[in-house]
Design a protein around this ligand. Structure first.
Ligand code: BGC
Length: 409
């Protein structure tokens, strides 16, 4: 049976500013790279200059939407001082998307933070929600008329756990007991150099609360300025499952609660729609030898179904804001994308209100602490050859799926 998609269902891919734009120096990740703690990002894919050509490729691949992020450090390089040239750049990005019939899904903040903000304590600071809301309000005033979908933040739980529990991302604070539960694989080269201590667990809790407050404050600040916008948060959902063992079932229930429910309960009254980022399926007590992606993550694209069901419990419409895999030779991606899309269609048939599907990522990019080696792109980027773009075969598989499911019978 053909799935009946909601009107205006959108299809496409996602990127994030620091991972693709290049030339961003005034943020915490660039500072960490200068200290040798993470790989240097440099010019990345030079998407800052090549965005029009990249959007042309997205159109060729059948996309109808594109998710991208603004770089906060470009827009507010000093506290309370806004850069109108940076805003103008992003206005042009929005124009370029709309000219090509691509619906913009715009994220305000995707992991990298302005240096002035981190120097003031970042999201540990009690006033950080208001600082974030001031930025959000400025963006809504400047760009609100050009856009419908605004995501406040990307994956708060990944940001918090990698920064304050694993210690692999800025600000490199570590609570070693975290290793008892494997959360996300973000590279382990730098964890030993992290600042360790039990205090980091409390800081993590504080940061998570401030992130929820920051989202809520940004929502309240943007809505009066641009009442038409659909505000979302992008939530990373890990599907924690268990074998028959009751102890493992309890463990999975606690993990799901801690990873997803807590943040969603804090923000669900300030959401018009929520984005799902799906990458992980973990089954406690399972000794199966999993097939792995290049990130060493379990190959379980069909479990996006469980993640969609989980997120739909919070009674807000959902869109798939990211899902995909690192696969350098594109041998597994066609199957992965097909299963991921089919499972999403199944969730819709079973009643989940899904409004769109975005693959991660449009092109290869800077994979955070792992540098440029891991390749998630529908489009391969030749870093050694003038940043030339090459469409991968799986991108056409995705195009066929888009056409198949968009057909009205
Ligand atoms: C993030 C992306 C990242 C991707 C693959 C998500 O956690 O939003 O920035 O590149 O997963 O790891």
């Amino acid at each position: 049976m053909q799935t009946k998609l909601p009107k205006d269902f959108f299809w496409g891919a996602a990127t994030a500013s620091y991972q693709v734009e290049g030339g961003i120096e005034s943020c915490d990740w660039a500072e960490a790279a200068r200290h040798g703690r993470v790989p240097t990002c440099g010019i990345a894919c030079d998407h800052y200059n090549k965005y029009r050509e990249d959007f042309d490729l997205a159109v060729e691949l059948g996309h109808t939407a594109h998710r991208f992020s603004l770089e906060w450090a470009r827009i507010e390089p000093e506290e309370g001082e806004f850069d109108y040239e940076a805003i103008e750049h992003y206005r042009q990005v929005l124009v370029a998307l709309k000219d090509r019939g691509l619906e913009p899904i715009m994220t305000l903040w995707h992991f990298t933070l302005p240096l002035w903000f981190t120097e003031r304590g970042g999201f540990e600071h009690k006033d950080s929600p208001q600082m974030f809301a001031r930025y959000a309000k400025f963006v809504a005033e400047q760009l609100g008329s050009e856009v419908t979908h605004i995501t406040t933040m990307n994956e708060p739980n990944v940001f918090g756990s990698n920064g304050w529990l694993r210690g692999s991302w800025p600000p490199f604070k570590r609570f070693a007991l975290t290793d008892l539960v494997s959360i996300t694989n973000s590279g382990n080269n730098f964890e030993d150099k992290a600042e360790k201590g039990i205090r980091n667990l409390f800081l993590y809790r504080q940061v998570m609360k401030n992130l929820a407050r920051a989202h809520n404050a940004a929502y309240d600040a943007m809505k009066p300025v641009a009442s038409h916008i659909q505000v979302s948060v992008v939530k990373h959902v890990i599907v924690f499952d268990a074998n028959w063992n009751p102890f493992n079932k309890i463990k999975a229930a606690i993990a799901n609660y801690a990873w997803t429910t807590v943040f969603m309960n804090r923000t669900k009254r300030h959401l018009d729609i929520v984005g799902l980022n799906y990458y992980f399926y973990t089954r406690f007590g399972d000794h199966r030898q999993w097939r792995k992606t290049d990130m060493d993550w379990n190959f379980a694209p069909e479990r996006i179904y469980d993640a969609l069901i989980r997120l739909s419990k919070f009674r807000v419409p959902v869109f798939v804001s990211e899902a995909g895999l690192a696969d350098h030779d594109d041998s597994d991606r066609p199957e992965y994308i097909t299963k991921q899309v089919e499972a999403t269609m199944q969730a819709i048939q079973d009643g989940v209100d899904v409004r769109g599907h975005l693959y991660w990522s449009l092109m290869d990019n800077y994979e955070w602490a792992l540098g440029f080696e891991k390749q998630f792109g529908l489009i391969k980027v030749h870093y050694e050859d003038g940043l030339k773009r090459e469409i991968r075969p799986s991108a056409w598989v995705y195009k066929d799926l888009i056409e198949k499911y968009s057909r009205v019978e």
